[in-house]
Design a protein around this ligand. Structure first.
Ligand code: MIC
Ligand code: SF4
Length: 642
């Protein structure tokens, strides 16, 4: 029987398990990437494994998130990351070199290889036929140490593309359409594989926009074939040697087929506060815009910036709109500087930001109170921009420019004719921003400033447990709710005791205080709990506060793995009425806590306050059960667990 693309790559990397959807498998990881906000923990964890050097084909450490240096913290992190990379055989992409996913696509991604990254948008590199998966930092640390990555064999869903995008309709609209159809939880347990005659009309950066924002579907990853367009991209990047053709077999099977006719797509926009809240731009009337931001790992490629510049050429941004433009990498920045496109942007009155995540993660450019912000980014969760009551919309660079010029959400087709954008056949390739590892690692001292706190270690699981419900939340809770980022909190990523003060800060500022007073406890949640970012701090910081169990209706993939990695028991409700019956402050007693994890799929719970008994479901592999009993993956690995 023929194989699809995802199956082909998984098969050639399979370490254990059966490739049937839902089965537990382990795959070999060829490359890893980290970024600074998750990287400091990942490298402390790698260090704790006690190895001399990474065992991957290529591991790269990027600095792109914590770029504001308002105090010593971020600078401390950068020096730590640079020195630890040099010591352990890791390439180091310096601050200013660009956003991890964009730079990895340009310089390291390779068709047919596997990539594990401590960032949920790692699937960006699926745009060039790579199996690229986001994970928590500890999973990435283990992969750097040569360990396989464990996951459930996903179903493979086919998005079959026909036709060709019309002017002013772009790759962003393709993924917004997929989000509209599948929703933010529609991709859980799935790989989204793009095929069909429409694929050839999309360049690698356009494909990467689509695979990038596939993260918002909750998908394990998204992938495109590697074809003539891929080869063209490798030629531009002067690394044709990394190109291999990779296409699905003609008789490949998929669990579901979704057809999208590119010719029929309209400019789309995701409304506040979820990436799947999608509507045609033309349907929104009289929405006044205060801020526009073009950039982020979704839409900051050379073609995105060239289109933005050409649409701005000879025009001025509206006086009421604060407009920022971020090139995704130094390569893109340099190219637009050399070909003059940057001059059009500057002359338009837009503000240029250095190549980094910036406003996407609330590192600067927080909108004004109650403002409307249109962004070419991938997430518009409440408060993520840094302003709690801002209304953030997500759209293509074309839609962003239309809003910047007119001051209203506007269908970009009203801007007139689509400019002819000719992309250069040649660009400067300059890897001086990527430092190779040291030739003499023994001579490198890892520099640890005061912002680098030691790793907290969890205790093994208790035999029985009785704890208070510290908080009860609803559906689609994001890791931005659980462990917010932004300019104030993100710099504390290397310091768990400090960052733990901010768990659930936006939702309930008293949470951390209460958790400490009660000596830990339990979190109750709804469906798709923990969607969004890969940040393991959303598990690690609750662990530090003594959270022992998170019981919800269903979990998002990466957060579930992170809870297990840090020894917090993830359990699910058998019955929605049990969820309904629980309130914050209830005491839940589980006399067979450890025994259930050892050997059962069911955990008996008594709600002491309500005098009610019910059971929770435990769906864990034998290995995951051992990890939780040990108090987390680090304890488990140190004790010789594989
Ligand atoms: C994000 O887009 O939410 C982040 C910030 O890149 C995160 C990683 C992090 O929280 O450090 C992600 O996507 O995984
Ligand atoms: Fe950075 Fe935003 Fe991309 Fe996350 S989504 S990696 S914060 S640009």
């Amino acid at each position: 029987m023929g194989m699809n693309l995802a199956e082909k790559i998984i098969k050639s990397h399979l370490v254990s398990g059966k490739m049937a959807p839902g089965e537990d498998i382990a795959i070999k990881i060829d490359q890893t990437l980290t970024q600074d906000a998750t990287g400091t923990m990942a490298y402390l964890q790698f260090e704790a494994l006690g190895l001399k050097k990474v065992k991957t084909e290529r591991s790269v450490s990027y600095v792109d998130h914590n770029m504001l240096q308002a105090s010593f913290e971020n600078a401390d992190d950068h020096i730590f990351l640079q020195t630890i990379a040099a010591k352990y055989g890791i390439y180091f992409s310096r601050p200013g070199n660009g956003i991890c996913h964009q730079v990895h696509l340009e310089r390291f991604g390779a068709p047919g290889k596997t990539l594990l990254g401590s960032d949920s948008h790692t699937p960006t590199n699926g745009g060039l036929g790579m199996l690229a998966i986001g994970a928590g930092g500890l999973d990435v640390a283990v992969a750097m140490g040569g360990g396989p990555f464990y996951l459930k064999m996903p179903e493979v869903v086919n998005v079959y593309l026909t036709g060709k995008l019309k002017p002013f309709v772009s790759a962003k609209d393709v993924i917004l359409e997929v989000l509209r159809r599948l929703t933010v939880k529609g991709g859980v347990g799935k790989i989204i594989e793009y095929t069909g005659p429409g694929v050839a009309s999309l360049s690698v950066p356009e494909r990467a926009t689509i695979t990038n924002m596939g993260a918002e579907l909750g998908a394990t990853t998204s992938i495109f074939p590697s074809d003539a367009r891929t080869k063209e991209y490798f030629r531009l990047q002067k690394r044709v040697k990394d190109y291999v053709k990779l296409v699905p077999d003609k008789d490949a099977k998929y669990s579901q087929v979704i057809t999208i006719n590119l010719s029929k797509l309209e400019p789309l926009i995701a409304q506040p506060h979820s990436p799947d809240n999608v509507i045609e731009v033309g349907k929104l009337k009289n929405v006044k815009v205060n801020q526009v931001c073009v950039g982020s790992c979704t839409n900051s490629s050379l073609s995105d910036l060239m289109i933005t510049a050409r649409l701005l050429k000879g025009k001025k941004v509206h006086p009421d709109v604060s407009t920022t433009i971020t090139p995704g990498s130094k390569q893109v920045f340099n190219a637009i500087a050399k070909n003059g496109a940057l001059a059009y942007i500057i002359a338009s009155g837009a503000r240029i930001i250095e190549s980094a995540c910036g406003p996407c993660i609330g590192m600067g450019q927080a909108p004004a109170s109650g403002a409307v912000s249109i962004r070419s980014f991938n997430r518009n969760f409440p408060g993520r921009s840094g302003t709690k009551d801002a209304n953030v919309y997500l759209a293509s660079p074309e839609v962003c420019v239309a809003a910047a010029l007119t001051g209203y959400i506007t269908d970009p087709r009203k801007l007139g004719r689509f400019p002819k954008v000719v992309l250069p056949k040649k660009i400067d390739i300059d890897d001086s921003g990527i430092l190779p590892p040291a030739k003499n690692p023994d001579k490198v001292d890892v520099v640890r400033g005061p912002n680098i706190a030691p790793l907290p270690i969890n205790d093994p699981m208790p035999v029985s447990y009785s704890g208070e419900v510290l908080i009860k939340v609803g559906d689609n809770i994001t890791t931005d709710h659980i462990m917010p980022a932004g300019a104030k909190i993100l710099p504390l990523r290397s310091n768990i005791p400090k960052i733990a003060e901010y768990v659930y800060y936006q939702v309930d500022p008293e949470f951390a205080k209460r958790a400490k007073e009660k000596g830990g406890g339990i979190i109750i949640g709804g469906d798709n709990y923990g969607q969004g970012s890969s940040r393991e701090h959303a598990a690690l910081a609750p662990m530090y506060l003594g959270v022992k169990m998170v019981a919800v209706k269903s979990f998002a993939r990466i957060h579930l793995a992170n809870l297990i990695n840090f020894g917090i028991l993830p359990a699910t409700f058998n019955n929605p009425a049990d969820y309904d019956s629980i309130s914050q402050g209830d005491i839940l007693e589980m006399l067979n806590f450890k025994e259930a994890v050892q050997s059962s799929d069911s955990l008996e719970v008594e709600n002491k306050k309500k005098g009610k008994k019910f059971s929770l479901r435990i769906s864990l592999t034998p290995r995951q059960r051992e990890i939780i009993i040990a108090g987390g993956l680090l304890n488990y690995t140190r004790a010789g667990g594989k």
